[in-house]
Design a protein around this ligand. Structure first.
Ligand code: UD1
Length: 422
């Protein structure tokens, strides 16, 4: 770890108190931004989180010809004047997974997309075969080589597409490509994540015709090319950031209002938190959270929405690591998504990995030391774990956390946590 690079220092904290506002969702805003390639005019996105990935997506869109401008701290204007390049520069695409979301809009609106393989969190292999086979079914020709993907189509046509796995990214790319496809596209076993609902709602406001929003059966009636318009849209609140603040209270103790948390988007994870002993009360504007004396260990498996999101897993594993009892966790989405466990073990957690399972034996307390954030959510989980560790936990490589968390340190410190960024 480079000693000059920013780090987060956390000391044992709690009880936490007060309230925290949940920011807009990373996994929604990036897709909404990419969707501005579908229509000429001005888009204004509000409730935009102040995260590095928004800047990266903005750089990518600027490179493609969209003009972006901050109108306020959380309000972003994006103007698509129609002068759009269909070649996405490598350096912009390489940094984030959501860069692949320009594929559908570019292809359907401008007839071509040349894009290299997207980057993002390294969870092991992250194929895009479902995106590609879906677009091919709609009439696209797609050439792939080791460096990039070149997709083109004079005109896409509707198709019936059944996804063999409810992939978030594949659903979004097929959905956006279907907007100007001739005829009707049906996506079966579509992913149902609330962020996809947010994208659908914005597309409908832009003039798209979509049925089945929020379900696994999406029906998109193609519109006349170029007929959609720019809109003003508020980004949905981030269920993973909300879950992070609940986990922080659960681990450090206290009584906190998590404002803007949407319980209807978090049903399963709230059930799991409750099984662990956390009390969660829905309120007019979010949730009130109180922690038990000690958490109880739970078993869980990650699944596509409405199951327990893989993005919640590092938080639940951190909580299990100080809970009473033994918990077994099964990762069903990304087999490589256990890298942070080694870091939790450095803090004294007792965790054994066996294939895509982890067995976590709760310990009395963790002991602070230097650890490294391997990805966005795992980084946040290490911060949360640090709240329960004796001494000082120093987290490095926090640029990962900055990609998806809007002022995690400021928000936790506002609740009384002993946390600083140096
Ligand atoms: C999105 C989220 C990520 C979250 C994940 C699952 C963004 C930017 N990222 O990632 O935070 O953890 O959903 O909720 O929104 N798969 C294939 N072929 C494909 C596409 C996916 O086999 O063409 C597999 C993946 O390898 C993985 C599973 O499907 O095993 C889920 O991936 P997917 O839902 O597509 O996740 P992302 O859109 O990459």
């Amino acid at each position: 770890m480079n000693n000059e690079s920013p780090r987060i220092i956390v000391r044992r904290s709690g009880p936490l108190s007060g309230n925290v506002q949940v920011p807009g969702a990373k996994n929604s805003v990036l897709k909404l931004m990419a969707a501005t390639l579908l229509a000429e005019g001005e888009f204004v996105l509000t409730n935009v989180p102040a995260i590095a990935d928004v800047d990266t997506m903005s750089d990518l869109l600027v490179a493609l010809g969209v003009k972006t401008k901050w109108l306020g701290p959380h309000e972003l204007s994006l103007v698509n004047s129609g002068n759009i390049s269909t070649e996405a520069p490598f350096e912009n695409v390489d940094k984030i997974r959501a860069s692949i979301n320009v594929l559908g809009p570019l292809l359907t609106h401008y007839g071509q997309a040349l894009i290299n393989w997207p980057g993002g969190d390294d969870f092991g292999g992250r194929p895009i075969d479902l995106h590609i086979s879906g677009l091919e079914k709609m009439g696209a020709t797609i050439e792939q080589n080791l460096l990039n993907i070149n997709a083109y189509a004079q005109e896409l046509h509707g198709a019936e597409i059944e996804l063999s796995f409810a992939s978030v990214g594949a659903t979004e790319n097929i959905l956006t490509a279907a907007i100007y496809a001739k005829g009707t596209t049906v996506i079966d076993n579509a992913a149902r994540e609330p962020e996809i609902g947010d994208l659908c709602n914005m597309l409908v406001a832009m003039g798209a015709q979509i049925e089945g929003i929020g379900t696994s059966h999406l029906v998109i009636h193609g519109s006349k090319k170029g007929s959609l318009r720019g809109v003003r849209h508020a980004v949905i609140n981030d269920r993973v950031q909300a879950a992070t603040y609940i986990a922080a209270v659960a681990i450090a103790g206290g009584d906190v209002q998590v404002r803007g948390a949407r319980p209807e988007h978090m049903e399963m994870v709230i059930n799991k938190y409750t099984q662990m002993g956390v009390s969660i009360y829905p309120q007019r504007d979010g949730l009130r959270v109180t922690a038990p004396e000690r958490l109880a260990a739970i078993d869980f498996a990650t699944l596509p929405y409405p199951g327990i999101a893989t993005d919640y897993k590092p938080l639940l594993v951190a909580m299990n690591s100080v809970a009473s009892g033994v918990g077994i966790v099964t990762e069903n989405l990304f087999p490589g998504r256990f890298r942070y466990i080694e870091e939790l073990c450095k803090l004294g957690a007792d965790i054994r990995i066996d294939g895509h399972h982890a067995v976590i034996k709760g310990v009395d307390h963790l002991i602070g030391t230097a650890v490294t954030a391997p990805d966005i959510r795992a980084g946040a989980a290490l911060v949360v774990a640090g709240l329960a560790a004796h001494g000082e936990t120093v987290i490095g490589e926090i640029h990962h956390i900055d990609r998806g968390y809007d002022d995690l340190v400021g928000r936790l410190s506002g609740l009384g946590a002993d946390i600083t960024r140096v």
